[in-house]
Design a protein around this ligand. Sequence first.
Ligand SMILES: Nc1nc2c(c(=O)[nH]1)N[C@H]1C(S)=C(S)[C@@H](COP(=O)(O)O)O[C@H]1N2
Ligand SMILES: [Mo]
Length: 370
Amino acid sequence: MTQTREHSQPPAAEAPPVSAGPSEGPLTPEELQLSARNHSMPLEALSRDLTPPGLHYVLTHFDIPDIQATSWHLRIRGAVERALELNLAALRRAPAITVPVTLECAGNGRSLLEPRPLSQPWVLEAVGTAQWTGVPLAYLLDKAGILPGALEVVFTGADAGVQGGVPHRFARSLPVREALRPDVVLAYAMNGAELPPQHGYPLRLVVPGWYGMASVKWLESIEVAREPFTGFQQQSAYRYQATADDAGRPVSRIRVRSLMVPPGIPDFFTRRRFVRPGPVMLQGRAWSGEGAVAGVEVAVDGTWLPARLDKPAGGYAWRGWSMTWEAAPGEHVLACRATDTTGATQPLEQNWNYQGMGNNVVQRVTVTVE
Ligand SMILES: Nc1nc2c(c(=O)[nH]1)N[C@H]1C(S)=C(S)[C@@H](COP(=O)(O)O)O[C@H]1N2
Ligand SMILES: [Mo]
C-alpha cells in the first residue's frame, strides 16, 4: 500500500514518515529480519514469577553496542545546579533499590493487525518481568539539583541508526514529575546478575508502568531540559496515530493485559494445542501500567468466569492468576481478559492505529481435547 501525503509544504518542513505504511500482503523479508533479531518471550515462561534474561523479550532498534565499562561514563547535565559525570564503580557505590517490573513493547500484537503496520512484527509475547537493581534516578537528579523551569529529562543511549530517514541516537524523554518517581531506576543488574549486552549493559533506565520504549538501554546521557524533547523516538515514533499525517497522541503507560500459558502440548508447526480430558490448570499473568490489576476472567468457548488471583508482586510487576478447567473432548477456544482499577479492560477486537501501538486484545488459544 502506498502512502498518500499532502505536498503543500516544502519537503524540509515535512515530518518524516515513521514507517513505510501498513500492508495487507504476506510478511516481508524486512519483518523476518527484525523478528529474528528481536525475540519475544515464549508463552510457557509466563509460569515463572521472574523471566530469565534469555527468555525475556528483546527490542533493539539499531545495533547492540559493545561498551567497555572501563571507559564508559554517565553524564548528567542541562538545567541542573551541577553537572555530574559518574563511572560504573561510582554508581555501584550509590544507594541501590531493586524493583520487579513487567516490561512490554508498545508494538506488542502488531502483526495481528489488518492492515499490518510494517515494523517489528510481534505476535503477543513481547513482554517479560525482571528484578532491576540500580540507583534511583531521583537520587542522582537530586544530587545534580534540578533548576527552576525544568520540563523534561532526556535520556540518550549509545546506539545510533537511521529511522524514518532520520539519523539519530536512541533517545526518549520523561516529564520531570515521572523522572522523580521513587521507583524509576538506573539499573546495572537484572535478576541479580550483571546486565546482559542486549538488555543495556552497563546501564539502562527502567520506568515501571510505561511501555518499554521509555526504558532507554546503554544509557550515556541524562539531560534536564526546559523545552519539550523533539527527537525522532519521541515526536515521530510511539504515537497513537489514525493516519500517517495525524500528529497523534504520545504512547506512555502500559494498557491492561493478560496472557495464559498455553495448556497441554503444541503441534510443532502450527502451535495448536493438544490437551488430555479432565481437570486442567489454566494459569497466566496480568498487568497494567495505568492501575493495579483488579480481576481476570477466563472464557471457555465464550463463557466468561472469574479466575483466582495470586497476591500482587508489587508495583508494576505482573500478577499471577489461575483457574481449573474440566476439559471435555472436542475443540475449544480459551481466552483471558484482565481489568484494572481504572475500570479499563481488554478489548475483544484489536484497536487499529497507524503504528500498531498499545494493542491489548484478548488472547485466544485453540485446544483439541483428546
Ligand atoms: N538505547 C535503546 N534503548 C531502548 C531501545 C533501543 O532500541 N535502544 N528499545 C526500546 C524499546 S522499544 C523497548 S520495548 C525496550 C526493550 O527492552 P529489552 O530489550 O530489555 O526487553 O527497550 C527500549 N530501550
Ligand atoms: Mo518497544
